[in-house]
Design a protein around this ligand. Structure first.
Ligand code: CAA
Length: 248
């Protein structure tokens, strides 16, 4: 396994399925890990569960769609754990609906959390990485940002935008030892996917060549590799992990 002893990692949206698996995997590799929450109750239950598994993961209240809150969160992580070496922009939501029924509220909510968050969090982290001469930024996008998806014009727009951000920032910071990559998971067995009506979900699974949903741990393993020293030549890339559902 990747050795991340001494590294400090901030993973947004760590209480969700993929985020939690990423936090645990980075902690297992030796990193000091921090995440954020919006919902207090969920956060307390999450932290207790993580402690039971033997890990002390710091969790801070911050809404990733709020620039000032992200600035305060980044400062707190630095003062509690040290300068941030690894940032995983994972927090994201869906508000699905066919476009003819799409409301402005649903559109805006998805853009603020999935896209504005990239600026809000990364802006407070990337300079520290550049100064240190080492950093890893991983943006968790989606297969649906690569192929489009009916009922998700808001979400697919936001997820495609993430990779534009990855490619531009990767070029800006490559010489500073900072890599920026996108991971595009397919349909993973998380609450988000389980919320899709069962008949539609079954149709989706039938279109996945490996014939199953992915696991959060599979995504976390790929993120772990991208955080390693061995991944230093990989930047500006978009890694698909989707059971063969969409081949590029
Ligand atoms: N795949 C295949 N068919 C789909 C589909 C999908 N993903 N989404 C909708 N359809 C089909 C429906 O089965 C239905 O077909 P029929 O007319 O033959 O019955 C047709 O499109 C219209 O759909 P609905 O009747 O459900 O329309 P609605 O207005 O009641 O609901 C909706 C619209 C809320 C978008 C609903 O269809 C839905 O939830 N679809 C799933 C969308 C989806 O795939 N979301 C992914 C969420 S998980 C995620 O995003 C994580 C990730 O990164 C992969």
């Amino acid at each position: 396994m990747t050795n991340l002893e001494g590294k400090v990692a901030l993973v947004t949206g760590g209480t969700g399925g993929i985020g939690a698996a990423i936090c645990l995997n980075l902690a297992k590799a030796g990193a000091k890990v921090a995440t954020n929450y919006r919902n207090q109750e969920k956060a307390e239950a999450w932290q207790a569960a993580v402690k039971e598994q033997g890990f002390d993961i710091k969790i801070y209240q911050a809404d990733v769609s709020d620039y000032e809150a992200c600035e305060a969160m980044a400062a707190k992580v630095v003062s509690d754990l040290g300068p941030i070496d690894i940032l995983v922009n994972n927090a994201g939501i869906t508000k699905d609906g066919m476009f003819k029924k799409m409301t402005k509220d649903k559109w805006d909510a998805v853009m603020k959390i999935n896209v504005d968050s990239l600026f809000n969090v990364t802006r407070h982290v990337v300079e520290g990485m550049s100064e240190k001469g080492w950093g890893r930024i991983i943006n968790i996008s989606s297969i649906n940002g690569q192929k489009g998806q009916m009922g998700q014009t808001n979400y697919t727009t936001s997820k495609a935008a993430m990779h534009g951000f990855t490619m531009s920032l990767a070029q800006e910071v490559a010489r500073k030892g900072v890599t920026v990559n996108t991971v595009s998971p397919g349909y993973i067995a998380t609450e988000m996917v389980m919320a899709v009506p069962e008949d539609i979900r079954n149709k989706i699974i039938a279109g996945i060549p490996v014939n199953r949903l992915g696991t959060s741990e599979e995504i976390a393993a790929l993120v772990g590799f991208l955080c390693s020293n061995e991944a230093g030549f990989t930047t500006g890339a978009d890694f698909a992990m989707n059971g063969g559902q969409h081949m590029m």
